[in-house]
Design a binder for this molecule. Structure first.
Ligand code: 3HC
Length: 317
């Protein structure tokens, strides 16, 4: 029987070999714990993220825009289900994860605590929020936990559609009337900095990055991914003539990166501790709708139990 040290040594060697950790494999309790933490919070983010966009389905400016937005929101719900299912393979139940969300033991992405005030916000969310999510999630396709990595591969395919439809909305508005240009710029001004905060605190203040990188849960750090998003997005902004709300931003020819002003981490800390513009609204809505949907979950569970019973009797007769 191997000692705990020997098991940990084997685990680290297995991680080093770029093999995927699967649900039945031995893993350190801390790996399981931080994987559940990140996976469940990612799932919560996908589901809570449906709220700001859901508010605009009835106010979409055309049937085409409404259909695209509906498809996107439906995708986000599906992403949440993939990720909750991946988290369940680590031994936590859906009910426990929902309880952690409702009791504020678990977080969801800070970005969804900002209001979507105009139709241009739907463009900014698709372009900037999904754009940031793609940068992060492409990297997470190589995460060491098998079910998470496979979920990311599926999710990234849909995220690129989300980012394109958001950029299309912003492009259309920047080619529109003066009012539409102003609306798009206003949305950019409100969503730019919170989108940069999505990648998490600076590496030197990140509680989890060091260990998560050692275990290849995270393949690149918060700052590396944030910079990749900035470099990609600033060029897209210039292409459609929208201004990045950062007067001191400048391009460094030697590093080939855009250098930005300092991010307001106090705002970030306030938002992730529950004091953002929409934290209360988002959580109370989720709690209310979860309660209302109890009968649907019970009916679905009863139906599937019945199906299994019928199938079992089918094979025994
Ligand atoms: N919002 C809320 N909390 C955040 C955060 C954010 N943007 N960034 C960091 N935090 C929290 C962390 O969860 C951690 O708190 P905890 O210990 O209570 O969990 C604390 O701040 C320290 O941050 P770290 O950087 O040390 O934490 P991580 O190593 O977990 O890195 C992360 C944070 C980069 C968000 C990482 O968890 C991650 O990559 N998660 C998966 C991707 C994800 O969750 N994306 C959310 C957006 S989903 C989305 O956008 C849907 C799309 O379809 C629109």
């Amino acid at each position: 029987m191997k000692t705990a040290e020997e098991k940990l040594k084997d685990f680290d060697a297995y991680i080093e070999s770029e093999e995927k950790i699967e649900p039945k494999d031995w893993m350190p309790d801390e790996y399981r714990k931080t994987m559940i933490r990140q996976l469940s919070q990612h799932a919560h983010s996908e589901v809570i993220g449906m709220q700001p966009e859901g508010n605009w389905v009835l106010r979409a400016p055309s049937l085409r825009a409404k259909k695209i937005l509906l498809a996107k929101i439906q995708d986000e719900g599906g992403h949440g289900l993939y990720l909750y299912s991946a988290a369940e393979t680590l031994g936590i139940s859906r009910d426990e994860m929902i309880e952690q969300l409702h009791s504020v033991k678990a977080k969801y992405s800070s970005i969804f605590n900002y209001p979507a005030l105009t139709w241009a916000d739907i463009g900014a969310i698709g372009w900037l929020v999904d754009g940031a999510a793609i940068v992060n999630q492409i990297s997470l396709q190589r995460t060491s936990y098998g079910p998470y990595s496979r979920a990311m591969v599926r999710i990234c395919k849909e995220e690129s559609f989300h980012q394109r439809q958001g950029y299309e909305i912003m492009t259309t508005m920047m080619n529109g009337t003066a009012e539409q240009k102003e609306m798009a710029q206003d949305a950019m001004n409100r969503w730019w900095w919170p989108s940069l905060m999505m990648f998490g605190p600076p590496d030197n203040e990140s509680a989890h990055t060091k260990q998560s990188m050692q275990w290849k849960i995270k393949r690149e750090s918060n700052d590396v991914l944030r910079q990749r998003f900035i470099d990609k997005t600033v060029d897209q902004a210039h292409f459609i003539g929208i201004t990045v709300p950062d007067k001191n931003m400048k391009f460094n020819e030697s590093t080939q990166h855009w250098e930005i002003s300092p991010i307001d981490w106090e705002e970030f800390k306030q938002v992730i501790s529950g004091n953002g513009p929409c934290n209360h609204k988002r959580l109370s809505h989720h709690i209310k709708v979860h309660k209302q949907g109890k009968w649907v979950r019970e009916a679905a569970l009863a139906f599937s139990k019945n199906q299994q019973k019928n199938k079992a009797t089918l094979f025994t007769n």
